[in-house]
Design a protein around this ligand. Structure first.
Ligand code: ATP
Ligand code: MG
Length: 554
């Protein structure tokens, strides 16, 4: 790896704060997901940033669920989010936190704002509010309810809380400035009525705080020093600061950075949900999904995802990162960490005609040439084998180093064989390839003096396990499927994003493989054991091919 570049702008801010002794030299960040879906690659970036800063500067990071919208939040999402953060290799401070834990305190702050004359209950309909809002260049108009007395506001707000009013019939608004050029300061909503039970607070509340109301005060309650969010919240910052300034509480600093974008991936939970609900994928953790759980199931190592986020970097300007860069880190990691095994995806039978019929040899094959400590294993060899159909040609030119009549090749970890010819069925398909082997050419003790240019992988038919392989391509045919004004992103769904090979053959060593374990199928690709695997029916996800195929493609 190359050297670490200079500090990014958020690290600079943190270092300046530390040097100035701000916040008693504490660094406390948070990762604040809304539990309304599974985390995606963009969240991985935010996690690496928030937890990474705390690690670097001896601080802490809270995991806080922003569960202020009772209608869309589910416990399933809470569980998956915790699982994903842990898998990425991070540990949050103390128990997971929930914005809903602070509902009493948020309510008290709202009452405080009302008492100061800085918030009011508005009975206007949604249409009236929209009409009064103005535009960025045209000032808004004040609501007729804006000058209600403190007493009336207190009474109405309590009534809202107690469920006396219909959903949507009233809201609590901050009283700031209907002419402010920043639309977020034009008397923003603080609370709305939703007579809906909440996944944690049950039916205690009939009102729920809006994002801006909940977020800054939650940061403050937790003593967050650096509240990091994506750029779209930059325009919310004056409101974030205004709300905190009105009450006597700790004031965290909001800092914005550009969202992570990756080609062929989408980073909108709403759209990912659409893919799940409309059956384009098998679930949130479908290995084609840009979710953390999808990438994990696909076989992407957490370390590769962290390395990618680090390289993509923190900036103030949005840009598109190439999927091939993420894949580079995945390959780099898997190359170092995976056991090399043999698996034949598209089999054709080979008979070694001079090999004894009832003989089996256990050949020693090293597990990973990149890792001295990985050891070796035994692979059974016998008279009948499978090789890849694409590794044989009846007629081949001089540059072809695989198997063809009259040619010699080495069978990986085994012997050099000489190809004699093949047998075909009535349809002209090759059903069997015949070879003879050189008994003194065994790998490791080869005294034959014969040179073989190519090396092929194989499995012994008698010993092979059958398995299913799922081969993936990008989920979309366009690198930025959500960037077309005239087309819905679903129009770019890649119909060929999943190909199932229902009968591949792998060496018997893989019978012991566990769900989530990753392997390199020599000469083919990296594979990961899928949770759909059952005894006697292994399922492998193709994580990624051995070589970058993009250059040829584009
Ligand atoms: P979505 O649009 O997918 O719903 P979100 O921002 O609404 O995303 P949250 O659950 O609120 O989802 O996000 C939690 C944190 O992750 C926030 O701090 C948010 O800024 C950050 N985040 C979300 N998407 C990205 C991204 N693409 N790149 C970096 N950070 C992101
Ligand atoms: Mg959000």
């Amino acid at each position: 790896m190359e050297e670490k570049e200079s500090l990014h702008f958020i690290e600079q801010i943190v270092e300046e704060d530390l040097a100035a002794g701000k916040n008693d030299k504490r660094v406390h960040t948070r990762f604040p997901p809304e539990p309304n879906g599974y985390l995606h690659v963009g969240h991985a970036m935010s996690i690496c940033l928030n937890f990474g800063l705390a690690q670097k500067y001896g601080g802490k990071t809270n995991l806080r669920f922003d569960d202020t919208n009772p209608a869309t939040e589910e416990t399933e999402f809470v569980e998956s989010i915790m699982n994903d953060v842990k898998w990425l290799g991070f540990e949050w401070a103390g128990e997971p936190k929930f914005a809903s834990d602070y509902f009493d305190q948020l309510y008290a702050h709202a009452v405080d704002l009302i008492k100061q004359g800085k918030a009011y209950v508005d009975d206007s309909s949604a249409e009236e509010v929209a009409e009064m809002k103005g535009t960025p260049t045209v000032p808004g108009t004040e609501s007729p309810y804006r000058n209600r007395s403190v007493e009336e506001n207190l009474r109405l707000f309590e009534g809202m809380k107690n469920g006396e009013f219909e959903d949507g019939s009233k809201v609590l608004r901050a009283k700031i400035d209907m002419a402010n050029p920043n639309m977020h300061l034009r008397d923003p909503f603080l609370y709305r009525i939703k007579r809906v039970p909440h996944h944690r607070t049950g039916d205690k509340w009939n009102i729920y705080p809006m994002y801006d109301m909940a977020h800054g005060y939650s940061d403050s309650i937790e003593g967050i020093t650096h509240s990091i969010c994506t750029l779209e919240f930059e325009v919310h910052r004056p409101l974030y600061d205004w709300l905190i300034d009105q009450v006597e509480v700790f004031h965290p600093q909001q800092i914005e950075f550009a969202r992570l974008n990756v080609s062929y991936m989408i980073t909108s939970k709403r759209k990912l949900k659409q893919l799940v609900e409309q059956g384009f994928v098998a679930g949130w953790d479908d290995p084609r999904m840009p979710t953390i759980s999808g990438m994990r199931r696909r076989g992407y190592p957490a370390a590769a995802l962290r390395a990618f986020c680090d390289r993509a970097g923190i900036s103030k300007r949005e840009r598109l990162n190439e999927l091939s860069m993420l894949e580079f880190f995945v390959r780099q990691d898997l190359n170092k960490t995976t056991t090399r095994v043999m698996g034949v995806l598209d089999p054709v039978k080979v008979v070694i005609t001079n090999y004894p019929e009832d003989q089996t040899e256990d050949l020693e094959v090293i597990n990973n040439p990149e890792d001295e400590l990985a050891g070796s294993r035994k692979v059974p060899f016998s008279r009948e084998l499978y090789i890849e159909r694409e590794d044989f040609k009846e007629e081949a030119n001089r540059k072809y180093f695989r198997m063809a009549p009259g040619r010699t090749v080495r069978l990986k970890g085994a012997y050099i064989v000489h190809c004699e010819g093949c047998v075909k069925n009535e349809a002209g398909e090759i059903t069997e390839i015949h070879c003879t082997y050189y008994p003194d050419s065994r790998s490791g003790s080869d005294t034959s003096g014969i040179k073989a240019k190519g090396t092929l992988h194989w499995v012994s038919i008698e010993h092979a396990l059958t398995a299913e392989a799922r081969i993936y391509d990008t989920l979309f045919t366009d690198p930025q499927p959500t960037n077309h004004e005239d087309k819905d992103f679903l129009e770019f769904y890649n119909e060929n994003s999943l190909k199932v090979l229902d009968k591949i053959y792998v060496e018997p060593y893989l019978a012991e493989a566990k769900v989530g374990e990753r392997f390199q199928f020599m000469r083919k690709a990296y594979f990961c054991v899928d949770p759909d695997s059952a005894p006697g029916h292994m399922v492998f996800n193709q994580t990624i091919t051995l070589k970058d195929g993009w250059k040829g493609k584009k």
